[in-house]
Design a protein around this ligand. Structure first.
Ligand SMILES: Cc1cc2nc3c(=O)[nH]c(=O)nc-3n(C[C@H](O)[C@H](O)[C@H](O)COP(=O)(O)OP(=O)(O)OC[C@H]3O[C@@H](n4cnc5c(N)ncnc54)[C@H](O)[C@@H]3O)c2cc1C
Length: 420
């Protein structure tokens, strides 16, 4: 590492390795009574192969994959595992992404756009298999995705988008407005219907993944606030706030929206979003348990869960916490409920839970996965964008290749520094 980079890093370390945010405020739908948090393991006393900072769904999916491959893994979190952004997630696992393929094609060409979409599609398929293998009761629910016409794509835009999906082997069809109303029982609106998505309980899934990683030999130590990374011989020395240190050959930063800003470029931005859950038994107000979202900016999205609640979100604002965000929760929840009512053509929606959360995005709607600049052996797994959980599976795929010494064929597509 160059001396000036070391100096900059040392200055940065005095500010802490990652940001600290109020990741969520309010009542999320995932019931704390179901969260069987693992006891903390002892702080590792020996060198490990891979240290994973962050035990949300991203760290959990990566740890599960890498520990399955026989590596010595140490996981650390400053919070209880799964209790950061993961617990705020509405957890619709979809391969269709925030920036439509037809829009991404305009900037990087259709072949390149399709390459990224197919890769995320494959990551979702693989995640489904891994979740099934966990054997969680009601672990995941496969359902169609309904992408409704809006100000980002109108009906003809959706038609072109669906054609493009099919050209590249992705299972999508356009339904005109009346066909949507007949099949799904909602207000008429043209939509793309896609297959291959599913929903989960994000906290239970995260904890089960962590459990499987631990059963395969990984350690999980919390609360540990990692404040600095020091280049060391053949790896990295990880320093915790209380002075404890652990030597790892490689370090993966899976710290979510608490960005490691020394490594993650500013193009990966933070916002806030709002969500609600209705009373149990409200759903189904539409058929097939479909996951619905709008081709709009900002968009609204919704799903159902096993208790028959509708979980819906949207109404994003342009800043993270502060600026009176939390005071907006009631008003934003009311707007989401009103939009939901209009979209479903239903009677009044009763809100049981409402919350605000920090959220991250990138210009192309894709995550930052890959080697960190300026420090060998450090890797980023920042699942920014509305498909964060699908991106976690993608990060596991890519990092499994890269840490195994095999260059991932799509490493440049998701490189953290692709925006220059
Ligand atoms: C309201 C909402 C709805 C969403 N809906 C969907 C959806 O439907 N589908 C989808 O795919 N995605 C969705 N997402 C996105 C998805 O939930 C996130 O991408 C994902 O949860 C991020 O997981 P994570 O593990 O990166 O972050 P987190 O769960 O926040 O985990 C990161 C962990 O890193 C720890 N950490 C940070 N810094 C340090 C440090 N220095 N030392 C130790 N530990 C540290 C934190 O304590 C935290 O626990 C949604 C997000 C929100 C907020």
């Amino acid at each position: 590492m160059k001396p000036d980079a070391v100096r900059r890093l040392e200055r940065h370390a005095s500010l802490g390795l990652t940001e600290t945010h109020d990741l969520r405020t309010g009542n999320v739908p995932w019931r704390e009574a179901d969260w069987k948090l693992p006891a903390s393991d002892a702080f590792p006393s020996e060198q490990v192969d891979v240290a994973i900072l962050g035990c949300g769904i991203v760290g959990a999916i990566i740890a599960d994959r890498l520990s399955g491959a026989g590596r010595r893994i140490a996981m650390f979190d400053r919070r209880p595992p799964g209790c950061g952004s993961t617990a705020a997630s509405t957890a619709q696992i979809m391969w269709a992404m925030d920036v439509p393929m037809s829009h991404l094609s305009q900037t990087i060409g259709e072949t390149e756009a399709a390459r990224r979409w197919r890769r995320v599609h494959e990551a979702v398929r693989r995640l489904g298999e891994r979740v099934d293998e966990l054997g969680i009761e009601n672990g995941r629910h496969e359902c169609p995705t309904l992408y409704l016409a809006g100000d980002v794509l109108n009906e003809s835009g959706l038609s072109e988008e669906a054609r493009m999906h099919r050209r590249h082997g992705l299972p999508s069809d356009l339904l005109e407005a009346q066909a949507v109303a007949r099949r799904f029982g909602i207000a008429p609106r043209a939509a793309i219907v896609s297959q291959g998505g599913f929903d989960i309980d994000p906290v239970r899934t995260c904890l089960a993944m962590l459990g499987r990683a631990r059963a395969a030999g990984a350690s999980l130590t919390w609360p540990v606030d990692v404040v600095a990374l020091h280049p060391a011989q053949d790896g990295i020395l990880i320093e915790a706030a209380d002075g404890r240190r652990c030597h790892a050959r490689d370090v993966i930063l899976a710290t979510g929206y608490e960005r490691a800003t020394f490594f993650l470029p500013p193009a990966f931005r933070l916002h806030s979003t709002f969500a609600i859950a209705t009373l149990p038994g409200t759903a189904p107000l539409w058929r097939e348990g479909a996951m619905l979202w709008e081709a709009a900016d900002p968009y609204m999205y919704m799903r159902t869960d096993r208790l028959g609640r509708i979980i819906a979100g949207g109404e994003d604002i342009d800043h993270a916490e502060g600026h009176g965000r939390n005071a907006l929760i009631g008003a934003k929840a009311g707007k989401i409920a009103a939009k939901l009512q209009a979209l479903l053509g239903s009677g009044p929606i009763t809100i049981e839970r409402q919350w605000a959360a920090t959220f991250g995005s990138s210009p192309d709607g894709l995550p930052a996965i890959g080697q960190a600049a300026a420090m060998p052996h450090v890797w980023l797994a920042a699942a920014f964008g509305g498909n964060g959980i699908a991106f976690a599976s993608l990060a596991a795929d890519i990092l499994e290749h890269e840490l195994g010494g095999r260059e991932d064929p799509d490493r440049n597509c998701f490189c953290p520094y692709r925006f220059g």
